[in-house]
Design a protein around this ligand. Structure first.
Ligand code: ADP
Ligand code: MG
Length: 236
């Protein structure tokens, strides 16, 4: 497997002086292409901070984030955005769909905002994505007419539209019931198998984490455990 992401000695301090919070302390790990991994830890332990640094949504106080050998700190802001748009997809606890727009429009909106023309290839990708999500035929529906589970599926589809190598998901099922939670993880697994997409999923649900291949545990800003899940049956 090829090395996709290398995080080295990541530190994050919010604020200064008396009110400074050391949210991350010396976090280092490597993620290979195709991995299906989770990050667990109590509320306030630094999971979202870590994911935001890895997603290039925020910059570390010190330490580095490398993607495919490129130190992201050395990139100009514009080039960092290009790398992020090309390589990464994000799924959050809340779907952030545009309620007054169709499923179809929600999928193609990020490209449109980037100034891309919605060409045949982009349309094909949207169709393929809907099929992958089990949402065929729902393209013309308004987002606000969908169920909670369907909305989160569309949000996952939107993250997949540029066929990212890595999906960063922060509590992606935090707002869903058990049935929809299971369905989302099943879908993540299918995407991982079919498209080879790497997953890094933040969750505080140990039951969910145990279904991933690797569990990274954060405690008070430190990476205290990094274990391969031995209990899973081998894939295939
Ligand atoms: N923007 C911010 N400004 C100041 N403190 C923050 C900010 N974001 C997070 N923190 C603090 O950093 C610590 C880690 O937060 P966070 O990464 O959100 O944890 P988690 O996602 O595991 O719940 C917490 O003490 C939190 O209060
Ligand atoms: Mg969080």
């Amino acid at each position: 497997m090829a090395e996709l992401l290398v995080a080295t000695s990541l530190e994050k301090v919010y604020g200064e002086g008396e009110i400074a919070t050391r949210a991350l302390k010396d976090v280092s790990f490597t993620l290979e292409q195709g991995e299906f991994a989770s990050i667990v830890g109590q509320s306030g332990s630094g999971k979202s901070t870590l994911l935001n640094l890895l997603g290039l949504l925020d910059t570390p106080t010190s330490g580095s984030v490398r993607y495919e050998g490129t130190d992201t700190a050395l990139l100009a802001k514009k080039d960092r955005a290009v790398l992020r748009n090309g390589l990464l997809g994000f799924v959050f606890q809340f779907h952030y769909l545009l309620p007054e727009f169709s499923v179809w429009e929600n999928l193609t909106m990020p490209a449109a905002i980037r100034g891309q023309t919605i060409d045949a290839a982009e349309k094909d990708r949207a169709f393929e994505t809907l099929a992958l999500l089990g949402l065929d035929g729902l393209g013309d529906k308004n987002a606000n007419a969908l169920s909670g589970g369907q909305k989160q599926r569309v949000a996952i589809g939107r993250a997949l539209m540029n066929r990212p190598k890595l999906i960063l998901a922060d509590e992606p099922t935090g707002n869903l019931d058990t049935t929809n939670t299971e369905a989302v993880y099943k879908l993540f697994r299918e995407i991982n198998a079919e498209l080879g997409t790497t997953f890094l999923i933040v969750t505080h649900d140990r039951r969910i984490a145990q279904q991933t291949d690797r569990i990274l545990e954060v405690l008070d800003g430190e990476l205290v455990q990094d274990v391969r899940n031995e209990y899973l049956a081998p894939k295939g």
